[in-house]
Design a protein around this ligand. Structure first.
Ligand SMILES: [Zn+2]
Length: 604
């Protein structure tokens, strides 16, 4: 052997037990290393050891105790020695890889078969990956290994060890075992050994009265877990999809779908039934699409609304739940992504007593969030805010909301007529889809109301030509339109992993054309870490093109309004295009050049 083992200090050696012996982590041993690293003094060490004496030592993990002391990280000013940092140090000292467990990457059914929950909890270990070649086991006690042989024996393959955060480990162990137990019971599987029954045999078995019911406690547990898990992962949608042999549960997070769980089809059916019952759908009806809503609470106690819809598919009923988190739907203007300049323009528009304010953009561009957040700031006790929506995205107690119901001829237009008899101050019309709705919106504005609505156009100036195309006379647009906002959502770079990069002058030119703007000194690009599931992005914010009507713009509105002229004048009056608004977010380090190019249309 010519390789030289890395120099290991005596403090590190002290941590490691003799082969065949267990050595649970000791506070003094671990702190010796921190002293050696210059993270604490010997006196501080003695005090920590003294303070811990007598306090439920055996129950609390050494690292959890240390993390609770809120010690500063002397190697990284401004940071603390938090539990993750300490766990990484422990991994480093032990020579085992550190793993930040991503629950979305864990196959709960598979890993919980490696050992019983009792064994897992007794040894505080959790299987995190099982392959044909080996089993990866996470623990926060790298120097305890007596359990290894029994698992290697049962699994007949070698064990890979990783070090994980002790609190995360305990929490996930409970969650994963509870979930897999619920699914096994709901499936009617015998606990402890894997069912080898074919689908047909399973169906026969279910015929004996084992078909899980919507109110079965295990099905209730699975549904509770699903919802809680979706909130934790910041999911915006949950998809429950039957396939030929298995059911898929997928979450959409920041616009991307992830498969989070596969469950037997009959359990999936029971889960769907429970959700249908909770949202007051007709449980027996499985052939027609249905929709419903459901209010629940996040683990933090926030009320969340879910909108559910079902659709018959080849393998059974598919369900999609959209999650309407008030924290997501109602935001401050800063969180919406308005720049200072945007905000001044927007407030100038929404502060008016009467007229029409339009928001445009494709589905999923965040229009509803902007509308709700704005209305919420306007809905004071002296103001009557009425809405007509299709559908009502979120029930907000300070608005009077009405749902479009085409089957009883309650359309946007007839709805607004009814609203106008209710003495409203501010009216929100979900969408202008036809001349009739446009006319009624204009009539409401002319009779002294502030009207908000949305249109499907690519940019702000096109809203004017779209209204003209619908047949709205130019003079009525001039008389009522206050302004138009076009918007898109860009993903925000993950603050944990974004990295600096050079910006190519020609790409920057392309991004900001036709304007000449200075090249930013530095921009960032996505990297990817566990925090952001390797996507490099976390969360989304709006970019805006805000066109405020002026006398100049009004003179251009007539039956032959020239889109290019409208746009040029709006630019001259200070309107920022979507691309340019995105470029500002790139220059301030919030998003990447590629993301803006992907989301925002070319400026004309
Ligand atoms: Zn990241």
């Amino acid at each position: 052997m010519t390789t030289v083992a890395p120099a290991v200090s005596s403090a590190v050696l002290k941590l490691r037990p003799a082969p065949g012996h267990d050595r649970p982590l000791d506070l003094r041993d671990f702190c010796d290393l921190l002293v050696e690293e210059g993270q604490m003094t010997q006196d501080e060490l003695e005090k920590l050891v003294d303070d811990r004496r007598g306090v439920n030592q055996s129950k609390q993990h050494v690292l959890v105790y240390l993390a609770e002391q809120n010690l500063p990280d002397r190697k990284r000013p401004g940071h603390m020695l938090d539990l993750d940092t300490l766990t990484q140090k422990l991994a480093h000292y032990s020579g085992q890889p550190y793993l930040r467990i991503d629950p979305l990457n864990i196959d709960a059914a598979k890993v919980t078969e490696v050992m019983s929950v009792a064994f897992s909890q007794r040894h505080k270990i959790l299987a995190v990956e099982v392959t044909d070649r080996d089993v990866t086991i996470a623990s926060a006690e790298p120097f305890v290994s007596s359990w290894e042989s029994s698992i290697a024996h049962v699994m007949r393959r070698p064990i890979k060890r990783v070090v994980a955060n002790p609190l995360e480990l305990a929490r996930l162990t409970t969650e994963l075992y509870r979930l897999s137990t619920s699914i096994q019971y709901a499936t009617g599987k015998d606990m402890g050994h894997r069912s080898t029954l074919t689908n047909l045999e399973q169906m026969l078995e279910l015929g004996k009265g084992k078909d899980p019911e919507a109110n079965d406690q295990h099905v209730v547990n699975i549904v509770d877990w699903l919802l809680q898990y979706a909130f934790e992962q910041r999911a915006s949608d949950i998809h429950i999809e039957p396939r030929r042999d298995i059911g898929n549960v997928r979450f959409r997070i920041d616009g991307v779908l992830y498969t989070v769980y596969q469950i037997p089809v009959q359990v999936l059916t029971a889960v769907t039934s429970r959700l249908k019952a909770l949202s007051r759908m007709n449980v027996a009806e499985k052939r027609r699409p249905q929709d419903g809503r459901l209010k629940t609470k996040t683990p933090e106690g926030n009320e969340v609304e879910l909108r559910l819809s079902t659709m018959p598919s080849a393998f059974g009923e598919k369900m999609v739940m959209r999650i309407f988190d008030p924290d997501v739907l109602l935001k401050s203007f800063g969180d919406l992504g308005f720049s200072t300049d945007d905000l001044a323009r927007w407030q100038g528009m929404i502060g008016r007593k009467h007229g029409i304010v339009l928001i445009t953009g494709p589905t999923g561009s965040g229009k509803t969030t902007t509308l709700y957040s704005t209305l919420k700031t306007l809905a004071t006790r002296e103001v009557n805010v009425c809405t007509i929506e299709d559908p009502i995205e979120m029930v907000e107690s300070s608005f009077n909301q009405m749902q479009v119901q085409e089957n009883i001829e309650l359309t946007f237009a007839s709805g607004v007529k009814a609203l106008l008899r209710q003495d409203p101050d501010i009216i929100m019309i979900g969408e202008i889809r036809n001349l009739e709705t446009a006319e009624i919106a204009i009539q409401a504005a002319l009779t002294g109301h502030l009207v908000f609505s949305s249109l499907h156009t690519n940019d702000a100036p096109t809203a004017i030509t779209r209204l003209l195309e619908l047949g709205v006379p130019g003079y009525l647009i001039k008389a009522t339109l206050i302004g138009v906002v076009a918007q898109r959502l860009v993903r925000i770079l993950c603050p944990k992993c974004k990295r600096e990069t050079e910006v190519d002058a020609s790409i920057w030119q392309n991004l900001t054309a036709p304007w000449q703007t200075t090249l930013p000194k530095k921009v960032y690009e996505p990297a990817g870490c566990l925090e952001c599931r390797e996507t490099g992005y976390k969360g989304r914010q709006g970019i805006y093109e805000i066109m405020q009507m002026s006398d100049g713009l009004r003179t251009l509105v007539d039956s032959k309004a020239d889109l290019a002229k409208l746009r040029q004048l709006a630019y001259r009056e200070g309107m920022c295009s979507l691309r340019l608004s995105g470029a500002q977010k790139v220059a301030s380090g919030q998003t990447s050049v590629l993301e803006v190019l992907r989301v925002a249309p070319q400026s004309h």
